[in-house]
Structure formats: C-alpha cells, structure tokens
Design a binder for this molecule. Structure first.
Ligand SMILES: NC(=O)c1ccc[n+]([C@@H]2O[C@H](COP(=O)([O-])OP(=O)(O)OC[C@H]3O[C@@H](n4cnc5c(N)ncnc54)[C@H](O)[C@@H]3O)[C@@H](O)[C@H]2O)c1
Length: 441
C-alpha cells in the first residue's frame, strides 16, 4: 500500500512510522518546514519513547520519507490520512475544523486516481461527510471514498498502542474503501486485534464517547478524593477496592491534579457542544468539565495551605510539568494552571522536567528551570510533585528534605506514603484524597 500522511505531529508521525513498519510505503507531509527538515536529518521533533529507533529503521529500509509537498505525496497514493490538529475553536468550545477542511481541499486537487481519504484526526459527527462534499466540490472528477479511522494511542506509550491496539475503528461505506482499509491494517488483523467496522457517524462518535468516558472516570475519582479527605478515608484504598471489580477496572482511577493533555480537555468540550447543537445535552460531560477545572484549582489551595497560607516570597520546587510522564507535550497540562498561580502569588518557582523544558519555557514565564530535583529543592520552602516521571518516583527523600529550608511536600500524584515522607524529615505533607500532616490550622 502507498500511504500519504497529512500532518506529522504526535499522531501523524507515530501512525506514519508504524504503518511503514507494517511494510507499507509511507510519505509523511507537514506544512511546518522546520519539522520536515528535522525529520529529513533523522531527528524526531517530539519526545516519544522508541520512536527515534523505529523511524530510523524504516527510513533506512526505504519505506518512510518526509516532505512539505502535499501534491506530489498524494499523487498515486492508495490512501491519504488526515492527521492534522483539531484544537478547541476560540470562543465557543467547538472543534476547529479549519486545518482538516484545508487539508481536504488540498488533497482533492492532488488526487490522480482512486484513493481513500481517511480522517484520523478527532472530528465531530458529520465531518467525514463534509470532507467528502469539500473534495467533491474541489475536484468533481476525483475517484475517491472517505473513511473515518479515529486514533486511540496514548502519548508516552504510542508505539505499543498503535502496534497492539485494543481495537481499530474504521467507519467506511463502500466495499472498495473497506478493502483498502483491511489491507492497511492486515498485519494487526492477522495478529487478531479486533477491527470494528461501522458507518461514518458511529466511528466519529466512538472516539468522543470513549474520551469523555475516560475523562469522567478520572474526574469521578478526583471528586471521591475530595470527599475522602473530609471523611478521613484513603483514596488509594478506595481506588483499589473499586478497581478490582471487573465491571469497573483499575485504569484511570488514580486521583491527581485533574486531567489535561492534548485530547481530553478539547474533546470533552467539543462533545458538550455537539450535544447542545443536536438538542441532546451531554450533561455528564458538561459537569466533568466544570469539576475538572475545580480539581486543578483545588491543587493551588493545597500548596498555599502547605506554605502556611501564602506563597508570597516562598521558593517552590515543582517536579514535572508535562501533562503526564514520557511525553514533552504541555498542552492543557495542570501545571499551566498551577504554576502561574504560584508565580502570580509571589513565589519563586523552580521547575524540573526530564522533557518539558523545550515546550514549557515559553508557556511558563517567570520560572527558573533546573536540571535535577535536589538542586531545585536546595533552600526551598516546598516541593510539589506534579507529574509522576520515573525520575521522581524513587527520590532520596532524606537528601531532599535535608536540602530544603522548610521541608514540605505536596504530592499531587500520591506517590509517597506519608509515613516515609515524615520519617525522611519532612515537616509537612499534603496529598490528594489521603491524610497529610503538619499543616498549620
Ligand atoms: N496527541 C494525541 O495523543 C492524540 C491521540 C488520539 C487522537 N488525536 C487526534 O489527532 C489529531 C492530531 O493531533 P496531534 O496531537 O498529532 O496534533 P499536532 O498538533 O501534534 O500535529 C498536527 C500537525 O499537522 C500539521 N498540519 C496542519 N495542517 C496541515 C496541512 N494542511 N498540511 C500538512 N500538515 C498540516 C501541523 O503543522 C502539525 O505538525 C487531533 O485531531 C487529535 O485530537 C491525538
């Protein structure tokens, strides 16, 4: 199969690399010349574990190339995937389809023979039909079908998710297009990963419904965490006791500083707007959005309480600012709410993150970037564990406490047992949904 991938970001690049590893002939296109230049030099513009090696292997094998020239890449392709961004549209919360529709029109003009135009971007219900109409309008003679193929990979584990998916969803309405999609995903089908064929609208809905459900699960446990703090229960025990129930499952049941990232915030917002447009309000999702916002703000109060009522003049070390570990993605990270509030409150904030600096420098003005947790904690008044990178899971708590002016910790990922923190010499500790100690009342 000859595949063109339009949009070489987190999803397009991983998908392109993995499709080439399946044995297909893949060309990745991006309109950002900086990205293409880096990729042509063999550099990977994002941090994603394992991606550099798999990319190099497939470039070497001659199956994977990069270009800024969409027309040449699309000509002769069996399938063209659209993997451009669908961010929240300014002002109204809808998904912004500008990039998808622009890509569709460009693709239309470049088609040379039968081709399946596959939307991999997360798009609202009805978008694939709009893509079809736009292509038809731009190139009435074109021979093509559209297909919806939403992506479920998680940043940080993207290659494994792509190569060993729970399922592949394909919305498709002609036998010819279905045959092309089946050929593309044959290596997964042969290994018995389920492929769910649906109509276009159902495929589009599956992606939003799945993400809204996961965001709901996280938000539910964060709400339970707040109640646990009030009633003296431990959210870790509650999560474990709940999660062992096979109907519930233990994933996405870890209390923390609220969901963020490139998908959940924008997809819950878009789903809420779709529900309103179709007079079928998604009230659970609307509530999840509001509660998640409160959860993030509650974390700021925790840090202020930890610092004795004000962060003004305090030195605070923040460990981890990416929205989750093993990615450099800062989009909608809880740190973008919490850190500016601390800086605005007069704190001197030092930040450590294994991969977040490149993106984070512009997004977190007024902070000092440091290389390791112990240097950041030296002379500090509090340390905040915000993203659970492995580097922060096995800290020498005794050394950390000894370096600090006031050893106090806000463990917003519930990594350390309070007893261990106390034993290491910390005078105060707060977590999420569990008892802390040492707070001034
Ligand atoms: N990031 C994730 O974890 C994830 C997971 C599942 C689904 N998705 C969905 O996948 C889509 C892409 O997300 P992403 O995180 O990869 O976005 P991204 O911003 O990392 O990448 C999008 C890329 O598309 C390029 N682009 C835009 N218009 C173009 C055009 N006309 N021609 C060529 N290139 C163009 C941009 O320059 C950019 O490099 C979104 O709809 C998102 O919701 C993302």
């Amino acid at each position: 199969m000859k595949i063109a991938m339009v949009g070489t970001g987190y999803v397009g690049l991983v998908s392109g690399v993995c499709f080439s590893d399946f044995g297909h002939d893949v060309i990745c296109i991006d309109k950002d010349p900086r990205k293409i230049e880096m990729l042509e030099r063999g550099e990977v513009p994002i941090y994603e574990p394992g991606l550099d090696a798999l990319l190099a292997k497939n470039v070497e094998a001659g199956r994977l190339t990069f270009t800024g020239d969409l027309a040449t890449a699309v000509a002769g392709a069996d399938a063209v995937f659209i993997a451009v961004g669908t961010p929240t549209r300014r002002g109204d919360g809808h998904a912004d389809l500008t990039y998808v529709m622009a890509a569709a029109e460009e693709i239309a003009r470049a088609l040379t023979g039968y081709c399946v135009i596959v939307t991999k971007s997360t798009v609202p219900v009805g978008t694939n039909r709009k893509v079809e109409a736009a292509v038809r309008a731009a190139n009435p003679a074109a021979e093509f079908d559209v297909a919806s193929n939403p992506e479920f990979l998680r940043e940080g584990a993207a290659i494994d998710d792509f190569m060993r998916p729970d399922r592949v969803v394909v919305g498709v309405e002609s036998d010819r297009a279905r045959a092309v999609m089946a050929d593309i995903y044959r290596p997964l089908f042969l290994r018995e990963f389920p492929i769910v064929y649906t109509d276009l609208e159902s495929a589009e809905m599956i992606k939003y419904a799945a993400n809204a459900f996961l965001a709901t699960k996280i938000t539910f446990i964060n709400e339970m965490a707040m109640l646990c703090e009030r009633v003296g229960a431990d959210i870790k025990a509650v999560s474990r006791g709940m999660g062992l129930d096979g109907r519930i499952g233990n994933k996405f049941l870890h209390a923390g500083p609220g969901y963020g990232g490139s998908c959940f915030p924008k997809d819950t917002s878009a789903l809420a707007r779709i529900g309103q447009d179709f007079s079928a309000p998604c009230q659970i999702t609307e509530t999840v959005i509001a509660v998640n916002d409160k959860v993030k703000r509650r974390m700021i109060d925790k840090v202020i309480d930890l610092c004795g009522g004000s962060v003004n003049g305090k030195t605070i070390a923040v460990l981890g600012v990416t929205f989750k570990p093993n990615t450099d993605d800062m989009r909608e990270a809880p740190s973008l709410t919490i850190v500016p509030a601390l800086v605005g409150g007069g704190a001197r904030v030092r930040v450590v993150d294994p991969q977040g600096r490149r993106e984070g420098e512009a997004l977190l003005p007024g902070v000092e970037w440091m290389e390791d947790p112990y240097t950041a904690a030296a002379g500090a008044d509090a340390v905040i564990l915000l993203t659970e990178w492995n580097e922060f899971r096995g800290l020498d708590l005794g050394n950390l406490a000894a370096a600090m002016a006031h050893p106090r910790m806000a463990d917003l990922r519930n990594i350390y047992p309070a007893e261990d923190v106390k034993e290491a010499g910390f005078e105060a500790y707060v977590a999420v949904g569990r008892a802390g100690y040492g707070l001034e009342t």
